[in-house]
Design a protein around this ligand. Structure first.
Ligand SMILES: [Zn+2]
Length: 266
């Protein structure tokens, strides 16, 4: 039952993330004007805006002008729902879940904007960095705050020290800066800032793991894409989505991965 609730929350947040993905790169406000059809500009009613269902009932077309609406909208809504469920499955209810859901939302927005425009927006990265610091400080003091307001339940809450956050930012930004310098333009400034901001969220250990995973996934998928001739050698494959995927995997399964790795080493 609670899974259904979490997935539904994810689906509704996902529909907001769609708005961010479409409007932020165009420097439009994410709150006004209300949602409208990009083709005929008709303002959409509540009936048109039920996540996933509206798209299915209207068979992926605008009710007013019949322009087709990309399957990506419901797909991102569903993806958000599924990723939220994975977060809940890993952390249960508590401050860690809150952190995971917010980070996941950021990662989805950054991934799809980067995929569309080969661009990671400074504004989004600044918000990412700011929320990361706030949430970690909040979680570090979560049980103290609860005691203060008279709740004696001690939630499990991971601790990310300031030192680890700072090292994470330096490590994330620094490593990618080196890659950018060595590869001469293979890595964009957006990727460097993105990795630095993630360092603040994840601390240095998970940041390192994030980048390792990103290079691994990027390498494998890059080879597959070239082999299948989906893209040519000269096409740009944005790296942001791989950093995002690496961060998601590190946050949720970092400890499990480390255990497997150590067992494999010994
Ligand atoms: Zn329309």
């Amino acid at each position: 039952m609670i899974y259904i609730l979490i997935i539904l929350t994810g689906i509704f947040i996902g529909s907001f993330l769609n708005v961010c993905i479409a409007r932020l790169p165009a420097h439009q406000s994410i709150s006004t004007p209300p949602s409208h059809c990009p083709n005929c500009n008709r303002q959409l009613t509540a009936y048109d805006l039920i996540p996933i269902l509206s798209w299915l009932f209207l068979r992926g077309r605008c009710r007013y002008c019949g322009a087709s609406i990309s399957v990506r909208y419901p797909a991102i809504e569903l993806l958000t729902g599924v990723l939220f469920a994975l977060c809940f499955n890993e952390f249960g209810l508590g401050p860690e879940l809150f952190k995971a859901l917010i980070l996941t939302s950021f990662l989805i927005v950054i991934t799809f904007i980067d995929y569309d425009h080969q661009l990671i927006l400074d504004r989004v990265v600044i918000w990412l960095a700011g929320t990361g610091v706030c949430i970690n400080v909040l979680i570090n003091h979560f049980n103290i705050i609860l005691q203060y307001i008279g709740v004696s339940t001690a939630f499990y809450a991971g601790y990310t020290s300031f030192t680890s956050m700072l090292l994470g930012a330096l490590l994330g930004g620094g490593l990618l800066l080196i890659v950018a310098l060595v590869s001469r333009g293979g890595m964009g400034g957006g990727d460097i800032k993105f990795a630095a901001a993630l360092g603040l969220w994840l601390g240095w250990q998970y940041t390192l793991m994030t980048l390792l995973l990103a290079f691994l996934l990027g390498g494998v998928i890059g080879v597959v894409v070239l082999a299948l001739k989906i893209k040519g050698r000269k096409d740009v494959i944005p790296f942001g989505p791989f950093i995002a995927l690496g961060a998601f995997i590190s946050l949720l399964y970092g400890i499990d991965l480390l255990r497997i790795y150590i067992r494999w080493l010994l």
